[in-house]
Design a protein around this ligand. Structure first.
Ligand code: F0G
Length: 361
């Protein structure tokens, strides 16, 4: 295979196979953002842009492993519930593996780019009259009844692939700074990435590759309108309380029942991290700030930067910290949100004179 040993599969020693169904995925950039770094006021700020994966989100890292497992098992049908990105990734990896793919989406709450991907990559798309959590309940029922192989982040093989985000961050950061980051700030929906990063760090500590006191503080960010993890951290709960009504511009993380919370909450606590909620206007501000550095992300991804800003304002994050913010999905995933946050196109007549006089106005 041409892509053998590339990206995610460079870390096959940490994965259950030596190869997967690959497009290929991983090896995403760790951007410098000097203006944002000095505005936020930390020693170092880098952006790990997972929107640069083949289908435009980190989900590809999980699917390359998860769909390989499905092939091994010889399952008949793949399925997921999704706020959009999981469905786009599953559709692409599923069709590449020549497997039937079913996705359940909350009707009216999935960004346009994501539906377009699931559609063209040949998934069967069911729009459910309910939110993401209801879709996931149904997909779990289907899996229990043997009707489908579940590829949400409840599937532990997904998280194996997503561990490689942590491995890449640590390696690149050490190459540039000679040390590991103090903190990783990430958006939280189902808390799969939080759980995957924690597992990654535990394995590195167990192997002796990482000192226990050098483990980055896992810092989760949710939208105020969908923040059960923040509630669980603040109230020191063992699991989240299910929020029935959730709303946010960051539709990717419009989730009221984070199914990986029991695995992720210990990660936040034991690394000395925290969780914070941000409002939609703070998310949009952060999306603009990233875009101003040339880094185009979808709203959920910008939540990480919005959360870091808030934690700096509150004095929770120190000015001497080295921080990585994870941006999980590409700007083009949600073109409507981007257009609403950005400059409006200005109509102008068809001549150079008209353009010049318009610019002079
Ligand atoms: N950011 C983006 C862009 C996402 O699509 C998701 C999850 C998250 C963050 C949250 O990650 O669940 O690991 O805490 N999207 C899922 C989906 C739910 O269906 O695409 P998490």
């Amino acid at each position: 295979e041409d892509f053998e040993g590339h990206g995610v599969w460079r870390y096959d020693a940490a994965l259950p196979f030596e190869e997967g169904v690959t497009l290929p995925e991983g090896a995403t950039p760790l951007h410098r953002v000097p203006r944002l770094e000095s505005e936020v006021g930390v020693e170092a700020l880098r952006i790990k842009h997972e929107g640069m994966n083949p289908t435009g989100s980190f989900k590809d890292r999980g699917m390359t492993v998860g769909v390989r497992v499905a092939q091994e098992l010889g399952v008949g049908r793949l399925a997921c519930a999704s706020t959009g990105n999981t469905s786009a990734a599953l559709a692409a990896y599923g069709t590449r593996a020549d497997l039937e793919t079913l996705v359940l989406l909350p009707a009216g709450k999935v960004a346009a780019g994501k539906i377009a991907q699931a559609s063209l990559h040949n998934a069967r798309i069911l729009e459910v009259d309910g939110n993401f959590d209801a879709c996931l309940d149904i997909v779990q029922d289907l899996a229990d009844r043997g009707e489908a192989y579940l590829l949400n982040s409840l599937n532990p093989f997904r998280l194996e692939g997503q561990k490689t985000i942590g491995l890449e961050i640590l390696e690149s950061f050490r190459d540039d700074y000679g040390r590991f980051p103090d903190r990783i700030v990430l958006p939280v929906g189902n808390a799969g990435n939080t759980a995957a990063l924690y597992k990654c760090f535990r394995e590195l500590v167990a192997s002796g590759a990482l000192e226990a006191d050098a483990v980055p503080k896992l810092t989760g960010v949710q939208a105020s309108g969908a923040a059960p993890m923040v509630e669980a951290v603040e109230e020191d709960l063992e699991d989240t309380r299910r929020w029935e009504d959730v709303e946010t511009i960051a539709t990717a993380i419009r989730i009221g029942n984070p199914v990986n919370a029991p695995k992720a909450l210990p990660g936040i606590r034991e690394t000395g991290g925290t969780a914070v909620a941000v409002d939609d206007d703070e998310i949009t501000d952060a999306q603009r700030s990233l875009a101003a550095e040339g880094v185009g992300v979808e709203p959920a991804s910008a939540a990480s930067v919005a959360g870091l800003r808030k934690l700096r304002e509150r004095g929770v994050v120190d000015d001497d910290e080295h921080v990585v913010c994870l941006t999980t999905g590409h700007l083009l995933k949600d073109p409507d949100a981007a257009a609403a946050a950005g400059n409006d196109p200005e109509p102008v007549a068809n001549s150079t004179e008209a353009v010049l006089s318009h610019l002079a106005e």
